[in-house]
Ligand binder design. Sequence first.
Ligand code: ZN
Length: 242
Amino acid sequence: MNDISKQDIGALIKLQEAETQIVRLRAVLKKVEKQKGELSAKLKLFGNALEEKKENLSTAITNCKDSEKEIQVVDDRIIKSNETLRMVKTNKEYQIFLREVDDNKKRKDVFETELLEYLDVKEEIEESVQESEKEYNLLKDQIEAEQKNIEKKSTDDREILEEYLTQQNEIGKSLDSSLMKQFAKISKMNQGLAVINVKNEICMGCFMNIPPQLYIEVQRENSLILCPQCSRILYHINVESV
Ligand SMILES: [Zn+2]
């Protein structure tokens, strides 16, 4: 059992408080980063869906243009055939060009029907893109506001974390290095909780009873007392007075 001062015990209690807060704040800040990441991912997913719709729209526009070109080509052929038709000399030739005009008119009908379908599809996608763009912009504003809000809230936590880190560093320098080593070892063994209060002869770390003699020693505050069960550094504060 090493002898230590009352101030050392006080410093250890403060060090524990700082360490506990550091662990807590780091977890909070990690969660904040995760939340921000999730929000960005949500927006990106929506953005990708919008891009896909825009690509579909560009395909639909190309289809319409192609179809219009085809109609133009057939139209030109019809005009040409009609001109030729006026100049033919024989009935046989006349029949041939007449059939050609007919065939091209039929093809034109087919292309025109096709164009109408393409125009319908284009219009439908256009509406969908406009709708999605509106939704995307709303979502973007909403997410950016949410992220700013989260960031603002976490600013305080970051500052407090910095304060505790400074405190931890200062206490670390003020304490004996062997005591610091012991603290670190016990902390590692107990998931970061190395210094613990004893209340009514019960260790608040492992909730086991402390032998009465040891409890008296803890209350004297002149030596480093470890819990026989969990090995944590014990201290006693009359809880009612805190
Ligand atoms: Zn214990």
